[in-house]
Design a protein around this ligand. Structure first.
Ligand code: HEC
Length: 150
């Protein structure tokens, strides 16, 4: 009989597919995974953006919920930029794999800006949300300019 510790370890591995150890069966799966996470992140950025632009009324709880999704999603795409996954249906530029440190720094910068947005969302101060949202948007754009095809 297997010692119980082995099955606990196995369960932990299955429960944590998003760790840096994430493995994808096919490169196509990695592309789909990162595009999905980025797409959900973009949707919730759009919702907060509508509030920032005054197109939707400011509701503290709703913005906090949107930012919580953005924060979670902001951690997911990066382990899915596996080598060899600049497939035709991907907009990832090959430079990502030549400048991995710079790409990673761009992801970390964005996560720092999202953390500030989270603090602002919890404060309930719309002006703080607006200013932090601008910082996040710049971090998205900086990486897209360098590493995403049009
Ligand atoms: C470190 C680089 C980087 C940062 C930071 C970044 N992105 Fe991207 N994003 C990419 C790359 C590369 C792609 C193309 C992925 C692909 O097609 O394989 C992409 C694609 C997307 C897509 C298209 C997903 C789809 O449906 O295929 C959206 C939406 C998006 N990003 C939103 C955002 C938002 C919003 C932010 C900021 C909160 C952000 N991204 C920050 C690199 C980045």
């Amino acid at each position: 009989m297997r010692p119980p510790i082995a099955s606990i370890a196995l369960t932990a591995m299955i429960a944590l597919p998003f760790s840096a150890q994430a493995q994808f069966a096919k490169v196509e799966d990695a592309v789909k995974y990162r595009q999905s996470a980025l797409s959900v992140m973009g949707t919730h950025m759009g919702r907060v953006g509508a509030v920032v632009k005054g197109e939707r009324p400011y509701d503290k709880a709703a913005v906090e919920a949107d930012v919580a999704v953005i924060e979670t999603m902001s951690k997911l795409p990066w382990s899915a930029f596996v080598p060899g996954s600049d497939l035709p249906n991907s907009k990832a530029k090959p430079a990502i794999w030549k400048e991995q440190d710079k790409f990673k720094a761009g992801a970390e910068k964005m996560q720092q800006e999202v953390a500030k947005l989270s603090t602002a969302a919890k404060s309930g101060d719309l002006n703080a949300v607006k200013s932090a949202f601008g910082g996040v948007g710049q971090a998205c754009k900086a990486c897209h300019d360098d590493y995403r095809n049009k």
